[in-house]
Design a protein around this ligand. Structure first.
Ligand SMILES: *[C@@H]1O[C@H](CO)[C@@H](O)[C@H](O)[C@H]1NC(C)=O
Ligand SMILES: *[C@@H]1O[C@H](CO)[C@@H](O)[C@H](O)[C@H]1NC(C)=O
Ligand SMILES: *[C@@H]1O[C@H](CO)[C@@H](O)[C@H](O)[C@H]1NC(C)=O
Ligand SMILES: *[C@@H]1O[C@H](CO)[C@@H](O)[C@H](O)[C@H]1NC(C)=O
Ligand SMILES: *[C@@H]1O[C@H](CO)[C@@H](O)[C@H](O)[C@H]1NC(C)=O
Ligand SMILES: *[C@@H]1O[C@H](CO)[C@@H](O)[C@H](O)[C@H]1NC(C)=O
Length: 457
């Protein structure tokens, strides 16, 4: 592609290494905890199915090793709650059902166990969220014998319960801790690279410890942009981005705020990479090319004189000026200033420049989220402003050329921009997690994506 050749030069020009600070805030509201609790029941029940060593029955003359098996872990209640300034508290009520392989007949026991675990949510060393269990308790109720009970069982019951409780007290919290630790591998995928445009990528990292209140946990995230695999600093003033509290859809699981800086950076990256530039030649066939020297010759006499035979025109569109994204309440616009060079093949079929135009176009920018990507589409807002930058064909009557030119490059340029914007920018996420029914809100200087979350393996 044409832009590729600029990249080598560009890497020399851009200050390399370090990180820009396009601010993003990801706020997970308490609604997400109900979802996690529901989704977490199955893995938690599985984790709690610990092996129980044989019980040594000393009630008879010889010590009888008795096998014990957990038949079922019932988990009627699991709740997660934010602990302000700390993390997440798990509380669960469980009923363990055991089968004691006692001869001649087995014994069935039910043991209600309450579990309490505090999870610290912190910032890991590589900018990923880190969770760890800081305190965990298992509280046992009295066991209930509901099958195989007879008087001899009573003497057995006390030591048997003691044995089971001792095992569970050690193992349950360990299992919960392992389960929680296992999440860290997943959370680590936050920092994976994802594409922004051709040859450019973004990586997200947490920049400080999360803010935790009783209602939400919020993460300040930094986007580092990469071009050809190298991190770049973008020349911009980075004031920290703060997400106001009552934005987005109330009751949504996730509220993600993306500062204007992120847009500016992504657009700048595309502009610097030359990805926004285009040649319109290839997209116009001579047979139905509405823009040819004979058409143009009707409004510019010098063109008619130089090209008595009709020849196709070529347009070279370059976006040297950085496009400007403006975010106002409910209104996102993109202003581009393409430089358009109009060329025609001379007798040697080398292209010569006829004239060039400075164009200003205001585009309205519609933003939407698909899966985990924020994408955009544009349409022209108001008039396209065209002025002559230079001419090799004498005086140009602007009014006539404007409508002619405007029509020809507008559609291909919009198609090109829309194709790029449809690649979009990945929102911060972790593997297998996507946004459900996300809504995009445009505010003064930032946008908000609100929606549910769905975890799917
Ligand atoms: C679990 O145990 C508690 C306490 O004995 C009891 O109230 C509850 O009904 C049990 N639940 C189930 C589903 O067995
Ligand atoms: C009670 O258990 C003992 C041994 O565990 C057994 O010999 C006896 O038959 C049982 N009694 C009843 C009524 O099930
Ligand atoms: C998190 O808390 C720090 C200090 O308590 C504050 O400066 C920062 O703005 C907060 N971030 C968010 C996203 O609320
Ligand atoms: C030049 O463009 C006009 C329409 O603008 C068209 O009618 C004509 O066929 C074109 N000529 C060629 C040679 O393509
Ligand atoms: C959005 O902003 C543009 C440019 O400032 C303006 O022309 C347009 O009327 C605005 N649209 C709305 C819906 O406010
Ligand atoms: C584009 O929008 C800006 C700001 O709203 C306005 O000043 C300018 O006149 C517009 N230009 C065109 C060509 O519509």
């Amino acid at each position: 592609m044409a832009w590729a050749r600029w990249l080598g030069l560009l890497l020399v020009l851009l200050p390399v290494v370090g990180a820009s600070k396009p601010g993003i805030v990801v706020r997970l509201n308490k609604e997400v905890l109900s979802y996690v609790a529901e989704a977490g029941k199955v893995p938690l029940r599985q984790a709690l199915q610990v092996p129980i060593p044989h019980f040594l029955d000393r009630s008879g003359q010889v010590i009888q090793p008795t096998r014990i098996q957990i038949l079922n872990v019932h988990l009627p209640y699991l709740q997660l709650k934010f602990i302000a300034g700390f993390g997440i508290r798990l509380s669960a009520a469980t009923n363990f059902t055991f089968k004691i392989f006692r001869v001649p007949e087995p014994l069935h026991l039910m043991l209600p166990v309450a579990l309490l675990a505090d999870t610290l949510v912190a910032q890991g060393s590589i900018g990923t969220p880190m969770v760890s269990i800081s305190a965990c308790y298992s509280l046992f109720n009295k066991a209930i014998v509901f099958d195989g009970y007879n008087s001899t069982a009573t003497t057995l019951l006390a030591p048997l319960q003691k044995h089971i409780k001792a095992v569970l007290r050690n193992k349950l919290c360990l299992r919960i801790s392992n389960l929680v630790q296992g999440l860290n591998v997943h959370l680590g995928t936050l920092t994976g690279l994802s594409p922004v445009g051709p040859e450019s990528q973004v990586r997200y990292t947490m920049i400080n410890a999360p803010n935790i209140t009783k209602d939400y946990i919020s993460f300040d995230i930094n986007a580092v942009l990469f071009l050809l695999g190298k991190p770049i600093i973008l020349p911009m003033d980075a004031t920290p981005f703060v997400l106001p509290s009552h934005v987005g859809t109330s009751g949504a699981m996730a509220t993600v705020g993306l500062s204007q800086d992120l847009f500016d950076s992504a657009i700048l990256l595309l502009q610097k990479a030359g990805a926004l530039n285009m040649d319109i030649t290839g997209q116009l066939k001579l047979s139905n090319n509405p823009l040819n020297t004979s058409t143009l010759g009707q409004v510019i006499p010098e063109v008619a004189r130089q090209f008595p035979e009709p020849r196709p025109l070529a347009l070279k569109v370059q976006l040297d000026a950085i496009p400007v994204v403006t975010l106002h309440t409910n209104n996102a616009t993109l202003r581009i200033q393409p430089f358009v060079e109009v060329l025609a093949p001379d007798s040697d079929s080398a292209f010569q420049s006829l004239f060039s135009l400075d164009v200003v176009v205001n585009l309205s920018l519609q933003l939407y989220v698909s899966e985990v990507r924020l994408q955009g589409t544009t349409s022209v807002l108001g008039n396209v402003q065209v002025t002559v930058a230079s001419s090799n064909v004498g005086f140009i009557e602007m009014e006539q050329v404007q409508s002619l030119m405007g029509n020809v490059f507008q559609r291909p340029l919009l198609d090109h921009l829309n194709a790029l914007l449809s690649i979009g920018v990945a929102l911060p996420s972790v593997i297998n997690l996507r946004y459900i029914a996300p809504e995009v809100f445009v505010y003064e200087g930032y946008i908000v994506v609100s929606g549910g979350l769905l975890y799917q393996r």
